[in-house]
Design a protein around this ligand. Structure first.
Ligand SMILES: [Zn+2]
Length: 236
């Protein structure tokens, strides 16, 4: 078995190629690799596609985040599992593969998932990213949920993530990340992985976003703890 079992897994969702590319030098400076989960891959323009290839060339993982960002359990309840795969998942996966990305992993839009969706998607992907409620991020006991012990990393196919976004539009989210930091420290001390997610990288944006300053704070914390930042494709 090869692969990284001690890491911070930073992930970024949706389709913010310009802003992600602008953050690439910061990631490079810390020697960090991350995962970008892309939705609406058919709506990437030529420049977006070029930037996505550059992110992949930097060693980042490119994963799938659905064609139209549908919430999996709701879509399946309304239209059934076959329609979910046919309309929402397979076209996104095929488009990413057509663009040259293996897209071996999937992040649930809005972290909405259940056992049925996991079973369905694990037929197509090696690993899925779910989520824990964002309001837990200030709770130090979050580490119990977020941290996956090293011995379990290879077998764990659904990784819970916690939001580290700074805000959305005029909304500013709480700056207390002590739960997140506790999980990162546990990975550094005991091994294992902790997964975080954000969306755009910007000081201000109408969509969910993490500020470059907060992103750097997380990268610096991992660096201080000698904890590598890795992409999903680097896991065993
Ligand atoms: Zn999303």
């Amino acid at each position: 078995m090869t692969g990284i079992t001690r890491a911070l897994l930073l992930t970024f969702d949706d389709r913010h190629l310009r802003e992600w590319a602008a953050a690439a030098p910061l990631l490079r400076r810390y020697g960090s690799r991350v995962t970008f989960f892309v939705c609406e891959p058919d709506r990437l323009d030529r420049e977006d596609r070029r930037l996505l290839h550059r992110l992949a060339d930097d060693g980042h993982t490119i994963g799938c985040h659905g064609l139209r960002h549908e919430r999996a359990p709701d879509f399946i309840a309304a239209h059934g599992p076959a329609a979910y795969l046919r309309q929402e998942v397979l076209p996104a996966l095929e488009e990413l593969r057509r663009l040259g990305f293996a897209a071996r992993t999937f992040a649930y839009p809005c972290s909405a998932r259940d056992d049925t969706t996991d079973r369905l998607l694990l037929g197509l992907f090696e690993r899925l990213r779910g989520g824990v409620p964002a309001d837990r991020r200030a709770d130090p006991s979050l580490a119990d949920e977020l941290h996956v012990p090293a011995a379990e990393v290879a077998g764990r196919r659904v990784l819970p993530g916690c939001s580290v976004d700074s805000g959305r539009g005029p909304l500013v989210y709480g700056g207390d990340l002590s739960g997140v930091e506790a999980a990162v420290r546990r990975s550094a001390e005991d091994g294992g992985v902790s997964t975080l997610y954000a969306h755009c990288v910007a000081d201000a944006h109408e969509a969910n976003h993490v500020t470059p300053a907060r992103l750097e704070r997380l990268l610096a914390l991992a660096d201080e703890l000698s904890l590598p930042c890795a992409g999903f494709d680097e896991l065993p």
